[in-house]
Write a protein that binds this ligand. Structure first.
Ligand code: NAD
Length: 497
């Protein structure tokens, strides 16, 4: 399962720990104002290093430097901005072994997940580079013959990017790349559990690519640092990826300050399998969708909604697959599942299972853990209202609920407050499409599972999964710029008074 990762990269180390030790990156590495954060290897609990925790003063200092640097960046010929991003993409490829090793250690990812994350990130930044040379505006019709009328995109100014720990490299870059490409400066706040993959690497990559100083700052920290970023008056937009609970707070604060806020939040994603589906293929895709990265992806399959005519065979197949998966330290052997991110999350997954079983769900396999190593778990007899159905689990748990009619499948698919990703499996494309058309979801996939990421497709959710802004090559320009109406006359026209 694991592709080999070289732990010793042929190129010089990108982010040696002495560089960032006890520091934050505000126009360069320097002392932090709010103490330090221990960076740990999730599989062993071992401390990898100690990074600085950014204070509100650090945030304000970074914002002030960004304000000074951003106008010249926005005025630079846009192909030059694109060139810097293309260099970053190349550097990511060159340093991919080091980045992958760190992703495995810092997030508990298995090596193939880390590889995919790095490859996707390199692609995201290339697409962002292309954005820099897209036409920046439109020549408009005008009611006055002498008036030249233009709609043009202008940068937001300073963008605050707040990212989670589960895919920190990709999720930081999907905001950072297009924000910089369109002429903004960025204050990046990685999660304290993944500050190297979500922060330090970018300081180093962009410095090596010769991004002018002052345009990118890395401010590790938790809720307090995040709140300071949202509240800073110089920060004009917040790009937030994280839980729905935190997203509500961030949205309320940013909204009160009349800032643009893009919220990409949690999900509980329905995977609907119709009675004419190939059970073997559907269970294989469903197993991957629920267990990849220990189920800790916003788009992981939440509930397996399976037609009653095939549910017995599907369940047996899924249980067999779950029992064949190996769980362990991804740095020390070939495993399918690494550790969960922390004790709080592991205990929450246990609670969800316990409460659901108490309400009538049946535990078919799994349900146990050794520390953070959670067994792949399958539950059936699941019903709406149970925590395993209603909540985002963020663990390797596959709940199964059966249905009789397509109408019932739609109702179950729309049965949570979330609306991130959904999927329908059937060889009857017209029937699958009819169901897909009625699912309230930011993304819908026919004949695949819910966990699909491409920079080309608009990624984002509705309902409790987000406010509908999306990241992708078709939406990023709208996300990270304002439209400005510019008119030009060669002479001031005469007015009646
Ligand atoms: P989280 O909400 O706890 O934290 C996300 C980020 O917000 C972190 O950087 C955290 O330090 C910061 N933060 C915490 N409190 C804050 C506050 N009061 N103000 C400002 N920032 C604050 O989420 P998490 O547990 O780190 O990440 C997992 C969640 O992210 C899951 O719900 C998952 O579904 C979601 N997610 C969504 C997407 C998407 O694209 N929709 C992608 C990945 C993850």
């Amino acid at each position: 399962m694991n592709r080999a990762i070289q732990s010793h990269s042929p190129v010089p180390e990108l982010a040696p720990s002495q560089l960032w030790s006890e520091k934050v990156y505000v126009g360069g590495w320097g002392p932090s104002g709010a103490g330090t954060i221990e960076v740990t290897e999730k599989a062993t609990g071992k401390i990898i290093g100690t990074i600085g925790r950014a204070s509100a003063e650090d945030v304000a200092r970074a914002a002030s430097m960004a304000r000074d640097a951003q106008p010249a960046w926005a005025a630079l010929p846009s192909p030059e901005r694109g060139d810097i991003l293309r260099t970053v993409s190349r550097l990511i490829q060159e340093h991919s072994a080091e980045i992958c090793v760190q992703l495995v250690r810092e997030t508990g990812a298995i090596a193939p997940k880390a590889h995919v994350e790095v490859e996707l990130a390199a692609r995201e930044v290339l697409e962002a580079a292309a954005l820099a040379t897209q036409p920046p505006g439109l020549l408009l019709a005008s009611a006055t013959a002498t008036r030249r009328s233009i709609a043009r995109r202008i940068p937001m100014g300073i963008v605050g990017a707040i990212v989670p720990w589960n895919s920190p490299f990709l999720l930081a870059l999907r905001a950072l790349g297009p924000a910089l490409a369109t002429g903004n400066a960025v204050l990046l706040k990685p999660d304290p559990q993944s500050p190297i993959c979500g922060g330090v690497f970018f300081a180093q990559l962009f410095e090596a690519a010769k991004l002018p100083r002052g345009l990118l700052h890395v401010l590790p920290g938790g809720a307090e640092t995040g709140e300071a970023l949202v509240r800073d008056p110089l920060v004009k937009m917040i790009s937030f990826t994280g839980s729905s609970r935190t997203g509500r707070q961030v949205g309320a604060t940013a909204g009160g300050l009349l800032k643009r806020v893009s919220l990409e939040l949690g999900g509980s994603n329905p995977y609907i399998v119709l009675d004419d589906a190939n059970v073997e293929a559907a269970a294989g895709a469903g197993s991957f969708g629920s267990f990849f990265h220990q189920g800790q992806i916003c788009m992981s399959v939440g509930c397996h909604i399976v037609h009653e005519g095939i549910v017995a065979g599907y369940t047996d197949n899924l249980v067999r697959r779950a029992q064949a998966l190996r769980v362990g330290d991804p740095s020390r052997g070939e495993v399918h599942l690494g550790p969960l991110i922390n004790e709080r999350q592991a205990a929450n997954v246990e609670r969800i299972i316990r409460e659901s079983v108490a309400q009538g769900a049946r535990l078919l396999t799994g349900g146990n853990r050794r520390g953070l190593f959670f067994e792949p778990t399958v539950l059936d007899h699941v019903r709406p209202g149970m925590p395993v159905f209603n909540e985002e689990i963020f663990g390797p748990v596959a709940p199964i609920v059966s249905f009789r009619t397509d109408e019932e499948a739609i109702e179950l698919g729309n049965g949570t407050e979330y609306g991130l990703s959904a999927a329908v499996v059937s060889p009857n494309l017209a029937r699958a499409q009819r169901i897909a058309d009625r699912l309230h979801s930011g993304m819908v996939h026919i004949n695949d599972q819910t966990l699909i990421h491409e920079v080309y497709g608009p990624i984002g959710g509705i309902g409790a999964s987000g406010n509908g802004y999306k990241y992708s090559s078709v939406t990023n320009a709208d996300l990270f710029t304002e439209w400005q109406w510019l008119t030009i006359q060669s002479e001031v026209p005469r007015y009646p008074f």
